[in-house]
Design a protein around this ligand. Structure first.
Ligand code: BG6
Length: 477
Protein backbone atom coordinates (compact mmCIF):
# COMPACT_ATOMS: atom_id res chain seq x y z
CA UNK A 1 0.00 0.00 0.00
CA UNK A 2 1.60 3.30 -1.03
CA UNK A 3 2.18 5.86 1.69
CA UNK A 4 0.97 9.44 1.32
CA UNK A 5 2.81 11.77 -1.01
CA UNK A 6 5.97 13.20 0.56
CA UNK A 7 9.11 15.30 0.19
CA UNK A 8 11.98 13.74 2.12
CA UNK A 9 15.13 15.80 2.55
CA UNK A 10 18.26 13.89 3.55
CA UNK A 11 20.89 16.13 5.13
CA UNK A 12 24.16 14.29 4.70
CA UNK A 13 22.65 12.81 1.54
CA UNK A 14 26.06 11.91 0.12
CA UNK A 15 27.33 10.38 3.36
CA UNK A 16 28.00 6.79 4.29
CA UNK A 17 24.68 6.00 5.99
CA UNK A 18 22.70 7.55 3.14
CA UNK A 19 24.61 5.51 0.57
CA UNK A 20 24.58 2.24 2.48
CA UNK A 21 21.16 2.18 4.08
CA UNK A 22 18.79 5.07 3.53
CA UNK A 23 18.83 5.42 -0.26
CA UNK A 24 19.02 1.70 -1.16
CA UNK A 25 16.25 1.17 1.42
CA UNK A 26 14.05 3.79 -0.19
CA UNK A 27 14.72 2.22 -3.56
CA UNK A 28 13.46 -1.13 -2.31
CA UNK A 29 10.30 0.51 -0.99
CA UNK A 30 9.91 2.08 -4.43
CA UNK A 31 10.20 -1.39 -6.00
CA UNK A 32 7.65 -2.70 -3.51
CA UNK A 33 5.23 -0.09 -4.81
CA UNK A 34 5.13 1.85 -1.57
CA UNK A 35 6.54 5.13 -2.84
CA UNK A 36 3.98 7.34 -4.60
CA UNK A 37 4.95 8.42 -8.11
CA UNK A 38 4.96 12.12 -7.12
CA UNK A 39 7.06 11.64 -3.95
CA UNK A 40 10.52 13.19 -3.96
CA UNK A 41 13.77 12.56 -2.18
CA UNK A 42 16.04 15.55 -1.92
CA UNK A 43 19.69 15.02 -1.10
CA UNK A 44 21.23 17.97 0.74
CA UNK A 45 24.93 18.15 1.50
CA UNK A 46 28.01 20.30 1.17
CA UNK A 47 29.35 18.65 -2.00
CA UNK A 48 29.06 20.88 -4.98
CA UNK A 49 26.90 18.45 -6.92
CA UNK A 50 23.99 18.89 -9.24
CA UNK A 51 21.00 16.57 -9.39
CA UNK A 52 22.56 14.48 -12.23
CA UNK A 53 25.71 13.77 -10.17
CA UNK A 54 23.59 12.90 -7.14
CA UNK A 55 21.56 10.45 -9.23
CA UNK A 56 24.79 8.88 -10.51
CA UNK A 57 26.01 8.47 -6.95
CA UNK A 58 22.73 6.85 -5.86
CA UNK A 59 22.76 4.51 -8.88
CA UNK A 60 26.21 3.30 -7.81
CA UNK A 61 25.10 3.00 -4.19
CA UNK A 62 22.12 0.84 -5.16
CA UNK A 63 24.35 -1.47 -7.17
CA UNK A 64 26.85 -1.69 -4.35
CA UNK A 65 24.62 -2.00 -1.31
CA UNK A 66 21.28 -3.35 -2.42
CA UNK A 67 21.65 -7.07 -1.75
CA UNK A 68 17.99 -7.76 -2.20
CA UNK A 69 18.04 -6.13 -5.57
CA UNK A 70 15.42 -7.82 -7.68
CA UNK A 71 14.69 -4.72 -9.69
CA UNK A 72 15.91 -3.99 -13.14
CA UNK A 73 17.85 -1.04 -14.52
CA UNK A 74 14.67 0.50 -15.81
CA UNK A 75 13.23 0.54 -12.30
CA UNK A 76 16.39 2.13 -11.00
CA UNK A 77 16.08 4.92 -13.55
CA UNK A 78 12.44 5.50 -12.61
CA UNK A 79 13.44 5.76 -8.99
CA UNK A 80 16.30 8.13 -9.74
CA UNK A 81 13.90 10.44 -11.57
CA UNK A 82 12.27 11.13 -8.19
CA UNK A 83 15.59 12.31 -6.71
CA UNK A 84 16.88 15.88 -6.47
CA UNK A 85 19.88 17.55 -4.93
CA UNK A 86 20.64 20.86 -3.24
CA UNK A 87 24.09 22.03 -2.18
CA UNK A 88 23.69 23.40 1.30
CA UNK A 89 25.88 24.82 4.00
CA UNK A 90 24.06 23.71 7.13
CA UNK A 91 25.99 26.05 9.42
CA UNK A 92 25.73 28.99 7.01
CA UNK A 93 23.26 30.61 4.69
CA UNK A 94 23.95 29.02 1.29
CA UNK A 95 21.38 26.75 -0.30
CA UNK A 96 18.43 27.26 2.04
CA UNK A 97 16.35 29.37 -0.33
CA UNK A 98 16.89 26.82 -3.12
CA UNK A 99 15.66 24.13 -0.76
CA UNK A 100 12.63 26.19 0.19
CA UNK A 101 11.74 26.77 -3.48
CA UNK A 102 11.98 23.07 -4.15
CA UNK A 103 9.68 21.95 -1.34
CA UNK A 104 5.98 21.52 -1.95
CA UNK A 105 3.19 22.47 0.45
CA UNK A 106 0.25 20.35 1.55
CA UNK A 107 2.15 17.05 1.64
CA UNK A 108 4.23 15.20 4.25
CA UNK A 109 7.58 16.93 4.72
CA UNK A 110 10.30 14.92 6.43
CA UNK A 111 13.90 15.92 7.16
CA UNK A 112 16.45 13.21 7.86
CA UNK A 113 19.48 14.50 9.82
CA UNK A 114 22.07 11.98 8.66
CA UNK A 115 24.86 14.21 9.94
CA UNK A 116 27.02 14.60 13.05
CA UNK A 117 24.89 15.42 16.14
CA UNK A 118 26.69 18.72 16.59
CA UNK A 119 24.84 19.93 13.47
CA UNK A 120 21.34 18.94 14.68
CA UNK A 121 20.66 22.26 16.40
CA UNK A 122 21.83 24.40 13.47
CA UNK A 123 19.69 22.49 10.97
CA UNK A 124 16.60 22.50 13.18
CA UNK A 125 16.94 26.25 13.68
CA UNK A 126 17.36 27.07 10.02
CA UNK A 127 14.52 24.83 8.89
CA UNK A 128 12.28 26.69 11.25
CA UNK A 129 13.52 30.26 10.83
CA UNK A 130 13.63 30.04 7.06
CA UNK A 131 10.05 28.80 6.97
CA UNK A 132 10.94 25.49 5.31
CA UNK A 133 9.39 23.25 7.95
CA UNK A 134 5.91 23.60 9.35
CA UNK A 135 3.91 22.21 12.28
CA UNK A 136 3.33 18.91 10.52
CA UNK A 137 6.91 18.35 9.36
CA UNK A 138 8.91 15.48 10.81
CA UNK A 139 12.58 15.30 11.63
CA UNK A 140 14.55 12.08 11.86
CA UNK A 141 17.75 11.88 13.90
CA UNK A 142 20.34 9.16 14.17
CA UNK A 143 22.42 7.88 17.00
CA UNK A 144 24.72 8.66 18.73
CA UNK A 145 22.17 10.78 20.55
CA UNK A 146 24.70 12.35 22.87
CA UNK A 147 27.52 10.68 24.74
CA UNK A 148 26.09 11.16 28.23
CA UNK A 149 23.04 12.60 29.97
CA UNK A 150 24.22 16.16 29.71
CA UNK A 151 24.89 16.11 25.96
CA UNK A 152 21.65 14.20 25.30
CA UNK A 153 19.71 16.82 27.23
CA UNK A 154 21.37 19.56 25.22
CA UNK A 155 20.46 17.84 21.93
CA UNK A 156 16.87 17.34 23.08
CA UNK A 157 16.69 21.02 24.01
CA UNK A 158 18.11 22.07 20.61
CA UNK A 159 15.46 20.09 18.79
CA UNK A 160 12.66 21.06 21.18
CA UNK A 161 13.39 24.73 20.54
CA UNK A 162 11.86 24.37 17.08
CA UNK A 163 10.00 21.06 16.95
CA UNK A 164 7.40 19.37 19.10
CA UNK A 165 8.19 15.89 20.47
CA UNK A 166 5.48 14.46 18.18
CA UNK A 167 7.56 15.66 15.21
CA UNK A 168 10.86 14.11 16.33
CA UNK A 169 11.80 10.57 15.23
CA UNK A 170 14.91 9.26 17.01
CA UNK A 171 16.03 6.15 15.14
CA UNK A 172 17.22 3.02 16.85
CA UNK A 173 17.40 0.63 13.94
CA UNK A 174 17.07 -2.39 16.26
CA UNK A 175 13.42 -1.46 16.75
CA UNK A 176 12.89 -1.83 13.01
CA UNK A 177 14.03 -5.46 12.96
CA UNK A 178 11.28 -7.94 12.17
CA UNK A 179 11.83 -10.20 15.19
CA UNK A 180 11.97 -7.32 17.60
CA UNK A 181 8.44 -6.39 16.72
CA UNK A 182 7.43 -10.01 16.76
CA UNK A 183 8.57 -10.12 20.35
CA UNK A 184 5.71 -7.81 21.23
CA UNK A 185 3.28 -9.86 19.15
CA UNK A 186 4.30 -13.06 20.91
CA UNK A 187 4.18 -11.53 24.38
CA UNK A 188 0.93 -9.64 24.04
CA UNK A 189 -0.90 -11.56 21.35
CA UNK A 190 -0.91 -14.90 23.18
CA UNK A 191 -2.41 -15.95 26.49
CA UNK A 192 0.29 -18.60 26.85
CA UNK A 193 3.35 -16.60 27.81
CA UNK A 194 2.27 -13.61 29.84
CA UNK A 195 1.12 -15.52 32.97
CA UNK A 196 4.59 -17.13 33.15
CA UNK A 197 6.48 -13.94 32.29
CA UNK A 198 7.77 -13.02 35.72
CA UNK A 199 10.19 -13.80 38.54
CA UNK A 200 8.11 -16.73 39.72
CA UNK A 201 8.63 -18.77 36.54
CA UNK A 202 11.63 -17.24 34.81
CA UNK A 203 15.09 -18.06 36.14
CA UNK A 204 16.96 -15.49 34.08
CA UNK A 205 17.16 -13.89 30.65
CA UNK A 206 20.15 -13.57 28.33
CA UNK A 207 20.45 -10.97 25.62
CA UNK A 208 23.35 -11.45 23.22
CA UNK A 209 24.39 -9.30 20.28
CA UNK A 210 27.60 -10.88 18.97
CA UNK A 211 29.34 -9.45 15.93
CA UNK A 212 32.21 -10.77 13.84
CA UNK A 213 33.15 -7.36 12.47
CA UNK A 214 35.75 -5.22 14.20
CA UNK A 215 35.81 -1.46 14.40
CA UNK A 216 37.34 -1.25 10.95
CA UNK A 217 37.43 2.28 9.59
CA UNK A 218 35.38 3.67 12.48
CA UNK A 219 38.20 3.45 15.02
CA UNK A 220 38.21 7.12 15.84
CA UNK A 221 34.49 7.33 16.66
CA UNK A 222 34.40 3.95 18.34
CA UNK A 223 37.37 4.53 20.59
CA UNK A 224 35.57 7.48 22.14
CA UNK A 225 32.36 5.45 22.51
CA UNK A 226 33.04 1.80 23.34
CA UNK A 227 30.49 -1.01 23.41
CA UNK A 228 28.52 0.54 26.25
CA UNK A 229 27.73 3.76 24.40
CA UNK A 230 27.70 2.24 20.91
CA UNK A 231 25.42 -0.74 21.58
CA UNK A 232 24.14 -1.06 25.16
CA UNK A 233 22.76 2.40 25.84
CA UNK A 234 20.56 2.13 22.76
CA UNK A 235 20.09 -1.23 21.03
CA UNK A 236 20.43 -3.67 23.95
CA UNK A 237 18.52 -1.34 26.23
CA UNK A 238 15.64 -1.32 23.76
CA UNK A 239 15.62 -5.12 23.61
CA UNK A 240 15.64 -5.28 27.39
CA UNK A 241 12.70 -2.89 27.56
CA UNK A 242 10.57 -4.89 25.15
CA UNK A 243 11.31 -8.12 27.01
CA UNK A 244 10.66 -6.67 30.45
CA UNK A 245 7.94 -4.04 30.05
CA UNK A 246 4.41 -4.33 31.38
CA UNK A 247 1.67 -4.78 28.77
CA UNK A 248 0.81 -1.36 27.36
CA UNK A 249 -2.91 -0.64 27.24
CA UNK A 250 -2.71 -0.33 23.48
CA UNK A 251 -0.17 -0.51 20.68
CA UNK A 252 0.25 3.21 20.39
CA UNK A 253 3.41 5.31 20.54
CA UNK A 254 3.06 6.82 23.97
CA UNK A 255 1.47 3.80 25.62
CA UNK A 256 4.41 1.64 24.49
CA UNK A 257 7.07 4.22 25.28
CA UNK A 258 5.63 4.96 28.73
CA UNK A 259 6.07 1.30 29.64
CA UNK A 260 9.60 1.14 28.23
CA UNK A 261 10.56 4.22 30.20
CA UNK A 262 9.38 2.60 33.45
CA UNK A 263 11.71 -0.33 32.83
CA UNK A 264 14.73 1.90 32.27
CA UNK A 265 13.96 3.90 35.38
CA UNK A 266 13.65 0.71 37.43
CA UNK A 267 17.11 -0.57 36.44
CA UNK A 268 19.36 -0.89 39.46
CA UNK A 269 22.91 0.42 39.55
CA UNK A 270 25.42 -2.36 38.81
CA UNK A 271 28.27 -3.32 41.13
CA UNK A 272 31.72 -3.61 39.48
CA UNK A 273 31.87 -7.41 39.83
CA UNK A 274 28.76 -7.64 37.65
CA UNK A 275 30.42 -5.80 34.79
CA UNK A 276 32.96 -7.42 32.45
CA UNK A 277 34.63 -5.25 29.86
CA UNK A 278 36.78 -6.80 27.17
CA UNK A 279 38.99 -5.82 24.27
CA UNK A 280 39.93 -8.05 21.34
CA UNK A 281 43.51 -9.12 21.12
CA UNK A 282 45.62 -9.93 18.09
CA UNK A 283 45.94 -13.47 16.77
CA UNK A 284 48.41 -14.73 14.17
CA UNK A 285 46.22 -13.46 11.41
CA UNK A 286 44.16 -10.66 12.95
CA UNK A 287 45.15 -7.38 14.46
CA UNK A 288 44.16 -6.21 17.90
CA UNK A 289 41.55 -3.64 18.87
CA UNK A 290 44.30 -1.23 19.85
CA UNK A 291 45.80 -1.47 16.38
CA UNK A 292 42.37 -0.99 14.78
CA UNK A 293 41.64 1.98 17.02
CA UNK A 294 45.07 3.48 16.39
CA UNK A 295 45.77 3.89 20.12
CA UNK A 296 48.28 1.44 21.65
CA UNK A 297 47.04 2.32 25.14
CA UNK A 298 43.31 2.40 24.52
CA UNK A 299 41.13 1.25 27.42
CA UNK A 300 37.93 1.29 25.42
CA UNK A 301 35.83 -1.86 25.58
CA UNK A 302 34.97 -3.70 22.37
CA UNK A 303 33.00 -6.20 24.49
CA UNK A 304 30.81 -5.83 27.52
CA UNK A 305 28.76 -8.19 29.69
CA UNK A 306 26.47 -6.94 32.42
CA UNK A 307 24.15 -8.44 34.99
CA UNK A 308 21.13 -6.16 35.07
CA UNK A 309 18.45 -6.18 37.73
CA UNK A 310 15.07 -4.52 37.48
CA UNK A 311 13.69 -3.35 40.79
CA UNK A 312 10.00 -4.10 40.49
CA UNK A 313 7.55 -6.87 41.43
CA UNK A 314 7.66 -8.65 38.12
CA UNK A 315 11.43 -9.05 37.97
CA UNK A 316 12.62 -9.08 41.58
CA UNK A 317 15.81 -11.19 41.86
CA UNK A 318 15.70 -12.22 38.20
CA UNK A 319 18.95 -11.32 36.44
CA UNK A 320 18.93 -10.16 32.86
CA UNK A 321 22.41 -10.82 31.53
CA UNK A 322 23.36 -8.82 28.50
CA UNK A 323 26.51 -9.02 26.38
CA UNK A 324 27.71 -7.61 23.12
CA UNK A 325 31.06 -7.54 21.42
CA UNK A 326 33.01 -7.20 18.22
CA UNK A 327 35.25 -9.79 16.53
CA UNK A 328 33.53 -12.69 18.27
CA UNK A 329 33.24 -16.23 16.92
CA UNK A 330 29.93 -15.72 15.12
CA UNK A 331 27.40 -13.10 14.17
CA UNK A 332 24.47 -14.01 16.34
CA UNK A 333 21.88 -11.91 18.10
CA UNK A 334 19.37 -13.59 20.31
CA UNK A 335 17.32 -13.30 23.43
CA UNK A 336 16.93 -16.41 25.58
CA UNK A 337 14.29 -16.56 28.27
CA UNK A 338 15.31 -19.40 30.57
CA UNK A 339 12.43 -20.69 32.67
CA UNK A 340 12.81 -22.34 36.08
CA UNK A 341 12.90 -26.09 36.55
CA UNK A 342 9.72 -27.89 37.46
CA UNK A 343 9.24 -27.66 41.24
CA UNK A 344 9.48 -31.44 41.59
CA UNK A 345 10.62 -34.13 39.19
CA UNK A 346 8.46 -37.25 39.23
CA UNK A 347 11.06 -38.97 37.01
CA UNK A 348 13.84 -39.03 39.58
CA UNK A 349 17.32 -37.55 39.56
CA UNK A 350 18.59 -39.64 36.67
CA UNK A 351 16.12 -37.87 34.36
CA UNK A 352 18.25 -34.77 34.79
CA UNK A 353 17.18 -31.17 34.98
CA UNK A 354 15.24 -29.68 32.15
CA UNK A 355 14.27 -26.08 31.75
CA UNK A 356 12.08 -24.56 29.10
CA UNK A 357 13.89 -21.94 27.06
CA UNK A 358 12.23 -19.47 24.74
CA UNK A 359 14.80 -18.45 22.18
CA UNK A 360 14.16 -15.39 20.10
CA UNK A 361 16.63 -15.15 17.27
CA UNK A 362 17.11 -11.69 15.83
CA UNK A 363 19.76 -12.39 13.22
CA UNK A 364 20.77 -14.21 11.18
CA UNK A 365 18.04 -16.85 10.60
CA UNK A 366 15.42 -14.94 12.50
CA UNK A 367 12.78 -16.92 14.31
CA UNK A 368 11.65 -18.30 17.63
CA UNK A 369 11.88 -21.68 19.26
CA UNK A 370 10.57 -22.96 22.56
CA UNK A 371 12.62 -25.73 24.11
CA UNK A 372 10.32 -28.29 25.68
CA UNK A 373 10.97 -31.60 27.39
CA UNK A 374 9.50 -34.82 26.03
CA UNK A 375 10.06 -38.52 26.43
CA UNK A 376 12.90 -39.86 24.35
CA UNK A 377 11.16 -41.88 21.66
CA UNK A 378 11.65 -45.66 21.73
CA UNK A 379 11.47 -48.51 24.16
CA UNK A 380 14.22 -47.30 26.50
CA UNK A 381 11.94 -46.46 29.40
CA UNK A 382 11.10 -42.98 30.66
CA UNK A 383 14.08 -40.97 29.51
CA UNK A 384 13.67 -37.26 28.93
CA UNK A 385 15.04 -35.17 26.08
CA UNK A 386 14.76 -31.53 25.10
CA UNK A 387 13.36 -30.69 21.70
CA UNK A 388 12.75 -27.32 20.07
CA UNK A 389 9.19 -26.36 19.27
CA UNK A 390 9.77 -24.27 16.18
CA UNK A 391 7.80 -21.08 16.01
CA UNK A 392 9.87 -19.62 13.21
CA UNK A 393 8.08 -17.39 10.86
CA UNK A 394 10.45 -17.86 7.93
CA UNK A 395 7.85 -20.01 6.21
CA UNK A 396 5.06 -17.62 6.96
CA UNK A 397 7.08 -14.70 5.69
CA UNK A 398 8.36 -16.43 2.63
CA UNK A 399 11.78 -15.49 1.34
CA UNK A 400 13.96 -13.76 3.96
CA UNK A 401 14.97 -11.34 1.23
CA UNK A 402 11.42 -10.07 0.98
CA UNK A 403 11.39 -8.86 4.56
CA UNK A 404 12.02 -5.12 4.60
CA UNK A 405 15.15 -4.23 6.49
CA UNK A 406 15.04 -2.06 9.59
CA UNK A 407 15.73 1.25 7.85
CA UNK A 408 13.15 0.70 5.14
CA UNK A 409 10.45 -0.02 7.65
CA UNK A 410 11.36 2.88 9.92
CA UNK A 411 11.52 5.47 7.14
CA UNK A 412 8.07 4.42 5.97
CA UNK A 413 6.84 4.76 9.56
CA UNK A 414 8.11 8.35 9.55
CA UNK A 415 6.10 9.10 6.43
CA UNK A 416 3.04 7.42 7.97
CA UNK A 417 3.56 9.46 11.13
CA UNK A 418 3.87 6.44 13.43
CA UNK A 419 6.31 7.01 16.31
CA UNK A 420 5.85 3.66 18.08
CA UNK A 421 9.23 2.30 17.00
CA UNK A 422 11.16 5.49 17.73
CA UNK A 423 12.72 6.58 21.00
CA UNK A 424 11.19 9.41 22.93
CA UNK A 425 13.45 12.08 24.41
CA UNK A 426 12.82 11.05 28.01
CA UNK A 427 13.67 7.42 27.18
CA UNK A 428 17.04 8.39 25.77
CA UNK A 429 17.79 10.57 28.77
CA UNK A 430 16.77 7.83 31.21
CA UNK A 431 19.06 5.38 29.41
CA UNK A 432 21.99 7.77 29.79
CA UNK A 433 21.09 8.40 33.43
CA UNK A 434 21.57 4.66 33.98
CA UNK A 435 24.75 4.24 31.91
CA UNK A 436 26.60 7.39 33.04
CA UNK A 437 27.43 6.22 36.59
CA UNK A 438 28.64 2.86 35.25
CA UNK A 439 30.96 4.50 32.73
CA UNK A 440 32.14 7.08 35.28
CA UNK A 441 32.74 4.25 37.74
CA UNK A 442 35.11 2.26 35.56
CA UNK A 443 36.82 5.40 34.32
CA UNK A 444 37.50 6.46 37.92
CA UNK A 445 38.76 2.96 38.76
CA UNK A 446 41.09 3.07 35.76
CA UNK A 447 39.62 -0.24 34.74
CA UNK A 448 41.57 -2.06 32.03
CA UNK A 449 39.44 -4.26 29.75
CA UNK A 450 40.18 -8.00 29.78
CA UNK A 451 41.68 -9.30 26.56
CA UNK A 452 39.94 -11.90 24.43
CA UNK A 453 41.10 -13.52 21.21
CA UNK A 454 39.57 -12.50 17.94
CA UNK A 455 37.14 -15.28 17.03
CA UNK A 456 36.47 -16.35 20.63
CA UNK A 457 33.30 -16.05 22.72
CA UNK A 458 34.69 -13.09 24.68
CA UNK A 459 36.77 -12.78 27.84
CA UNK A 460 36.85 -15.66 30.34
CA UNK A 461 35.67 -13.34 33.09
CA UNK A 462 32.25 -13.12 31.44
CA UNK A 463 31.86 -16.90 31.76
CA UNK A 464 33.04 -16.71 35.38
CA UNK A 465 30.48 -14.04 36.17
CA UNK A 466 27.69 -16.49 35.33
CA UNK A 467 29.45 -19.49 36.80
CA UNK A 468 29.47 -17.81 40.19
CA UNK A 469 25.67 -17.90 39.97
CA UNK A 470 25.51 -21.49 38.67
CA UNK A 471 24.52 -20.40 35.20
CA UNK A 472 26.13 -20.55 31.77
CA UNK A 473 25.98 -18.34 28.74
CA UNK A 474 24.32 -19.84 25.73
CA UNK A 475 26.71 -20.80 22.99
CA UNK A 476 27.36 -18.13 20.37
CA UNK A 477 26.66 -19.78 17.02
C1 BG6 B 1 25.39 0.24 15.07
C2 BG6 B 1 26.70 0.29 15.79
O1 BG6 B 1 24.47 1.09 15.70
O2 BG6 B 1 24.90 -1.09 15.06
C3 BG6 B 1 27.70 -0.66 15.14
O3 BG6 B 1 27.22 1.62 15.77
C4 BG6 B 1 27.12 -2.04 15.03
O4 BG6 B 1 28.92 -0.68 15.86
C5 BG6 B 1 25.73 -2.01 14.39
O5 BG6 B 1 28.00 -2.83 14.26
C6 BG6 B 1 25.07 -3.37 14.46
O6 BG6 B 1 23.89 -3.37 13.70
P1 BG6 B 1 23.34 -4.70 13.03
O7 BG6 B 1 22.01 -4.30 12.46
O8 BG6 B 1 24.33 -5.12 12.02
O9 BG6 B 1 23.21 -5.71 14.14
Amino acid sequence: IPVDDFDLVIFGGTGDLARRKILPGLYRRFCAGQMPAEARIIGAARSDFGTPEFRDMVRDAIHEFSEKNDCDEQKIEQFLAQLHYVTIDVMGEGGWSELKDLMRDGIVKAFYFSVAPKLFGAIAERLHLKGISDQDSRIVVEKPFGRDLETAKALNADLAAHFDETQIYRIDHYLGKETVQNLMAVRFGNILFEPLWNAQYIDHIQITVAETVGVGGRGEYYDRAGAMRDMVQNHLMQLLCLIAMEPPSKYDPDAVRDEKLKVIRALEPIAPHHIVRGQYDATDTEQSYREDAGDPKSRTESYIALRCMIANWRWANTPIYIRTGKKLKARASEIAVVFKDTPHSIFGEEAGKHANVLRIRLQPNEGMTLQVTIKEPGPGGMRLVDVPLDMSFADALGDEDDVPDAYERLIMDVIRGNQTLFMRGDEVEAAWAWTDPLINGWTARNDVPKLYDVGSAGPDDAALMLKRENRVWREIK
